[in-house]
Design a protein around this ligand. Structure first.
Ligand code: ZN
Length: 496
């Protein structure tokens, strides 16, 4: 019998222990695994070597091998990433389909991995924006640790990414890099001049001459104004004089900022980091000419672009399907893809969960070359499990979500209002999970996740949080299954 099996047998005399079958890994004379020990997920290290002695935990001597019962702490995850290189995040360089999954609760990655094992998809398991960190009360180290443990637990060695999502400042970028993240999504919305997008005629001319330096004007005019640019695939992008001026006004500062961030923070950081520029949180859709301008200027500032996320036409609201003209989307998306191909990066689709209507377009148009960023759909699937397993908790969360929807809408753009969320008072317990198939209840629960998780009762204790995690932990396999089904539907329509 292998030593680790003997050791587990030894422990099981006194403890209730259930090993995750794919979690057993050996390196440097140290065998490690993850098990539920008396209901608590625990990391077990066994052996005698240097690697063994590094893990922090409670040591037991079995007479034939040392065993340490360790917590799934950030510190232990850091050691695990060093000892087992597959557990550390890597750049997505050379990958074709990458999927931003994220895991707000730190419990979704096993389900994601079970679905993606063996498929030609590179998962970005760790992915959080600053907004999500604030709303969940987590740090980047916590997010990476959760991904690390999931990869070890599921025995997944295919590689994964870690995305510091929607970062806006040099300090935020540094924070994500220091934590070991391998992708930086720069959110340039603070440097985008949305007002300029609606300027015309004299106003446009005046703003252009007032706000853009003479030197920049003459340089950029030569490159873009009134030009028809032919892309490598023959697509022609026309940049009329007015459109050129508007584009410069709206995007130039964002481009300069992105160039500075890339060159100062990312280029020399000593490892491969994927750089994504997101311009998706603007008021108006990104015109192909503007996308071309942004990509071309980033390139001339020496930026190695991994992905760009334009804002597409139509609405990409959280938690629900695409709302807009599918044909129009197809036409514009095709041009955006051609631009990305021309410069050699991949197109990125944000708020990409649940956009079932357009997935076939994304899959077909790109021939399987894109980044699709989902956001928070795994939280909704967790809520589905709660609705099925702990209806009383779900009812309280639902009422709270409706009461606090107005507050949450300050952070998220959704159409749902409290009045149109389905009433639960006349629903039976059995009917509750199906609320996660209705747009209005999905959106209400989607955007209030931070408020729900952080809400405290009058005695200062979390009102929902602990019960939520306890229920989810007790139903971990069920959670994996609903995720596999839901994200699986994404992949099917994308043609993976
Ligand atoms: Zn985004």
């Amino acid at each position: 019998m292998e030593a680790w099996k003997k050791a587990v047998k030894f422990l099981s005399k006194t403890l209730d222990i259930r090993v995750y079958p794919d979690s057993v890994h050996t390196a440097d004379g140290c065998t490690c695994l993850i098990a539920k020990v008396s209901g608590k997920k625990t990391f077990l290290a066994m052996g005698k070597g240097a690697a063994f002695s590094r893990f922090e935990g409670r040591e037991t001597d079995t007479g034939f091998t040392g065993i340490k019962l360790c917590s799934l702490s950030n510190k232990n995850s850091e050691i695990a990433r060093e000892i087992f290189p597959f557990a550390a995040p890597v750049s997505s360089r050379g990958k074709k389909i990458t999927l931003g999954l994220g895991d707000r609760l730190g419990m979704a990655s096993p389900g994601h991995i079970r679905l993606l094992k063996g498929k030609p998809v590179f998962p970005v398991l760790a992915q959080q924006s600053i907004r999500e960190l604030n709303l969940t009360g987590k740090k980047y180290e916590d997010v990476l640790a959760a991904a690390t443990w999931a990869v070890i637990q599921e025995g997944y060695t295919g590689g994964y990414g870690a995305d510091g999502d929607h970062l806006k400042t040099p300090e935020e970028i540094q924070m994500a890099l220091d934590a070991g993240f391998t992708m930086i999504t720069l959110d340039c919305s603070d440097h985008i001049d949305n007002d300029a997008a609606s300027l015309d005629g004299n106003e446009l001319e005046k703003a252009y001459f007032q706000r853009v330096e003479k030197e920049d004007r003459s340089l950029l005019e030569k490159k873009y104004a009134g030009k028809s640019v032919e892309l490598k695939d023959g697509t022609v992008i026309n940049i009329g004089k007015d459109e050129f001026r508007r584009t410069v006004l709206v995007y130039l500062k964002a481009v300069l900022f992105a160039g500075k961030m890339y060159n100062e923070k990312i280029k020399g950081c000593g490892r491969d980091v994927d750089f994504e520029m997101s311009i998706d949180e603007t008021l108006t859709p990104t015109a192909p000419a503007a996308h071309y301008f942004v990509a071309s200027e980033l390139t001339s500032h020496g930026v190695e672009i991994s992905t760009i996320a334009p804002r597409f036409c139509g609405e990409f609201q959280k938690g629900i399907d695409y709302r807009g003209d599918k044909q129009l989307f197809k036409g514009e998306f095709t041009q955006h893809f051609s631009i990305a191909e021309h410069f050699g990066y991949r197109i990125s689709v944000h708020s990409g969960s649940d956009k079932f209507t357009i997935f076939p377009v994304v899959g077909d148009t790109t021939g399987g070359k894109y980044h699709l960023k989902t956001a928070g759909t795994n939280w909704l699937e967790a809520v589905r499990v709660i609705a099925g397993k702990n209806p009383d908790l779900y009812r309280r969360m639902h009422r709270f979500a409706v009461e606090n929807l107005a507050e949450a809408k300050k952070y998220y753009h959704i159409y749902t209002t409290p009045e149109i969320v389905p009433d639960i008072e006349n629903l039976s317990d059995e009917e509750l999970p199906s609320l996660m198939d209705i747009d209005e209840s999905r959106q209400a629960l989607h955007v209030t996740y931070g408020l729900i998780l952080q809400h405290k009762d009058s005695s200062g204790k979390p009102e929902f949080r602990d019960e939520f995690f306890k229920t989810l932990e007790e139903n971990e396999d069920e959670y994996c299954q609903v995720l596999e089904k839901h994200i699986g539907k994404h992949l099917e329509l994308l043609g993976v």
